[in-house]
Design a protein around this ligand. Structure first.
Ligand SMILES: [Zn+2]
Length: 96
């Protein structure tokens, strides 16, 4: 026997993640915000500025981000920082 039931199907549009591209060279990431090529690796880049104002009556925030692939980070952005005023990155490592 074929059983039928009535279901409600809503037609709507929703903004969902599609892909991440480098704002410098246009390279597309393979895994959402993880730029690694292999599933067991993680390479995340973060270049962002967040401004926030919080008052008793409410607040607001503004987040500006650049999505940069590891190649552009290492070979362009880092070199630019280091060649301007001797900028140095904060580097933290861990092993487990
Ligand atoms: Zn890039």
């Amino acid at each position: 026997m074929k059983h039928m039931k009535t279901v409600l199907i809503l037609e709507h549009t929703e903004e969902v993640f599609d892909k991440l591209t480098c704002d410098v060279c246009g390279t597309e990431s393979r895994w959402d915000e993880n730029w690694s090529e292999k599933e067991h690796e993680k390479v995340i880049t973060t270049i962002a500025m967040e401004e926030e104002e919080s008052l008793p009556s409410g607040g607001s925030s503004r987040l500006v981000q650049y999505h940069i692939c590891p190649d552009c980070f290492k070979n362009h952005l880092s070199r630019w920082f280091e060649s301007h005023r001797g900028g140095k990155a904060t580097e933290t490592t861990s092993v487990w």
